[in-house]
Design a protein around this ligand. Sequence first.
Ligand SMILES: *[C@@H]1O[C@H](CO)[C@@H](O)[C@H](O)[C@H]1NC(C)=O
Length: 229
Amino acid sequence: MASGRRDLAAATISLAVLLLLFLPSTAAAANVPSIDATRTRHLPLPRGLLRGPESVAFDAKGHGPYSGVSDGRVLKWNGHKLGWSTYTYNPDYSSEACTASLLRPETATEGRCGRPLGLRFHLKSGYLYIADAYKGLMRVAPGGGEATVLVTEVDGVPLRFTNGVDIDQVTGEVYFTDSSRNYNRSQHEMVTRTGDETGRLLRYDPQTGKAVVLQADITYPNGLAISAD
Ligand SMILES: *[C@@H]1O[C@H](CO)[C@@H](O)[C@H](O)[C@H]1NC(C)=O
């Protein structure tokens, strides 16, 4: 009996999983073409000392990927013929000051030039939200250009190491992480080495422009993902 009930439970769960696989959770998700995982491609970065795509995002049309790089910009991939173009940058970015060279590695300039880490589009509005390690939470309107800084501190505590971002596509609320109160991105090894427990999970409400702390004292919160429910 017990085993029969377990089998039934297992079958119900598999069915639920299959349904989840086949039923897109939102209409927006249905519009984003899926990626053929059997084919992998190399998307080489533009020439220079650019490094470190930390995350990727696709817009509502499935175009991209978009990715942040070490000189502070977010680039858009336009296919193999056109390659990468600059999509957005923070208000302090300048190509003269921020283009890395052997004399001026990006680790020396990233405090000023920014370092985009988490990226996510709000599919309905077309806004791209950017968690920039040094600039805080930013957003850029459809089409890109200069981003607007939305949040640099929450509850009076400055964002020191803004890292991951995800968006509730229904409400438009933005969830993001600040990895540490003590260490910035260039000191990321210290976060691990010291067992730092001062990270925070935060939420930004685009209606009110306010951000709140959902949870404090977390060990190195990094990426985050919202489930369908
Ligand atoms: C990171 O923090 C350290 C210690 O406060 C500081 O010396 C350094 O300038 C900061 N780095 C950047 C790039 O802001």
